[in-house]
Design a protein around this ligand. Structure first.
Ligand code: ZN
Ligand code: ZN
Length: 261
């Protein structure tokens, strides 16, 4: 089993460090583990859910220590990033360049709307916001910096009912993924923990099943990760997500190239 998406205590809403995840992953029979905490940003924005810039060297050290201690496991140095034009050079020059990160994940937790920034977790409550989220997600995908897109269907947390707007947004995201050849993530944390009540009853918030049903009609690949925030959750949702991908005929992405960066 492989997992490219985990968080450490540094993001303020998770627990454990790289070595704790490595220990848990080895015990559960994983062959590859990617550590991918929420990136610090050069202006230290949105600090309540991420490390500050000053924590970056210690994060990198913790991963490198785990790599030298757990040699039976391939451990990759990753980061989950919200892209914005002003952060592009930091991701490219500092994370990928200076620190030699193996990969970056696009995790679009915020998006610009009018003059402010809205939360993808709570604010996508009408068609116009859904369009703004979708447009910004696709612009971020076009940056060319990311190995895959985490939870592209995150809007399922707050946009409650499937309709023509969710269908249009999903098709745009899927077309962009096909064009850019960027894998999309079926998120294990969502599968295991995120339920919402829609007018038709309770459903998994994300992965939103209808999104992935549509995905089957596109020439795209998918990656299934746990998005673990605790070491003991390192495998959460992965088997279930893989079953879902298989039943829909979705192709799993081959991310082996990330190991040789
Ligand atoms: Zn998180
Ligand atoms: Zn995450």
């Amino acid at each position: 089993m492989k997992n490219y998406h985990t968080h450490t205590f540094r993001c303020n809403h998770a627990d454990g460090d790289a070595s704790d995840y490595a220990e848990a992953a080895l015990n559960k029979g994983f062959t590859l583990l990617g550590i991918s905490d929420h990136t610090p940003l050069p202006d230290n924005r949105w600090l309540y859910m991420r490390m500050g810039l000053s924590a970056l060297p210690a994060y990198v050290r913790a991963i490198e220590e785990a790599q030298s201690k757990y040699t039976d496991l391939i451990i990759l140095k990753g980061m989950e990033c919200e892209w914005a034009p002003e952060y592009h050079n930091f991701f490219e020059d500092v994370l990928l360049g200076q620190y030699g990160f193996d990969y970056l994940i696009l995790g679009s937790h915020f998006f610009p709307y009018g003059r402010s920034w809205l939360s993808s977790h709570g604010d996508i409550t009408d068609a116009s916001r859904l369009i703004a989220y979708t447009d910004f997600l696709i612009e971020s995908m076009r940056s060319g910096l990311f190995a895959f897109v985490a939870h592209p269907d995150l809007f399922g947390l707050c946009y409650m009912d499937w309709d023509k707007n969710t269908e249009a947004a999903s098709k745009e995201i899927l077309s962009a993924a096909e064009e850019l050849k960027i894998p999309l993530e079926i998120n294990g944390y969502g599968l295991a923990k995120r339920r919402v009540r829609a007018s038709t009853g309770e459903r998994t918030a994300y992965p939103w099943y209808q999104f992935w049903e549509l995905a089957a009609g596109y020439d795209i690949t998918v990656v299934v990760n746990s998005d673990a925030h605790y070491p003991s959750h390192v495998d959460q949702g992965i088997l279930k997500g893989r079953e879902m991908a298989k039943s829909l005929g979705l192709t799993l992405a081959n991310l082996e190239a990330l190991q040789g960066r």
